[in-house]
Design a protein around this ligand. Sequence first.
Ligand code: NAD
Length: 255
Amino acid sequence: PGRLDGKVALITGAASGMGLAAAQIFAAEGAKVVATDVSIKALNDAVDAITADGHDALALELNVASPESWASVVEATLAKYGTVDVLVNNAGIHKAKGILDAELDDWNLVMAVNSTGVWLGMKSVIPIMQKNGGGSIVNVSSIAGIVGGLPDAGGAAYSASKGAVRSLTKHAAQWFGKDDIRVNSIHPGSIYTGLAVAAGVSREQAAESVANEVPLPGKVGDPSDIAYGMLYLASSESKYVTGTELVIDGGWISH
Ligand code: NAD
């Protein structure tokens, strides 16, 4: 039996990186996966590959920063699968701009996707989980949301947005525990994904840039390293775990 047999799991940012890895792994563990992303072409290709493997998955276009977009995704999800058991708020963007060189538009965009998007996801799905009798929510923050001053973690808005995800997660865990809705955050370190590729960084360069920070060999992580953490938090194996933060960073911030 799969670890998510029969569960309906909605994942944001599922066209690339750790969201895509989660969609693949959750589907292989028996979940019905609602894979969502703004990048619909890449998402359709990813979901076609998952269903070609005999798994159950649905691709839906979603801009996490838009309440209207969330409303149509919720409607289409309920029409197809009837409920949502697991929500993974994974979509995120990065802009390497500091306090002095960022403009208001840079700041607002990062906050809109990374923080407001997580709030809107919970606002849209928690009422379904309340009716459902419970659920599990996994919010993707970053080690930058814990240690805001990491030089390699990029921008000021990024650190602030991920700090907001961390505290919003704990708020939600307190508020909705009575409904048996668990809410936890994941804090990746340096994971080699589309974000790094888009920034023109090779795997070797990524490894080199954290060589002095990360004790484990290999230095950078893979999308599946995060997706397996998401799987644990999504499944009932973590039924007594809520309001916590799972750091997956090769040991970077452990010192
Ligand atoms: P990625 O770029 O490979 O994937 C992110 C996905 O989110 C993309 O498919 C993109 O199209 C989608 N997306 C962007 N804006 C969106 C929006 N408004 N609505 C819906 N989808 C949107 O990135 P990744 O590295 O897999 O990152 C996933 C999450 O992990 C992000 O929240 C990121 O901040 C976080 N994170 C990444 C790292 C890392 O080292 N890669 C480290 C810490 C945290």
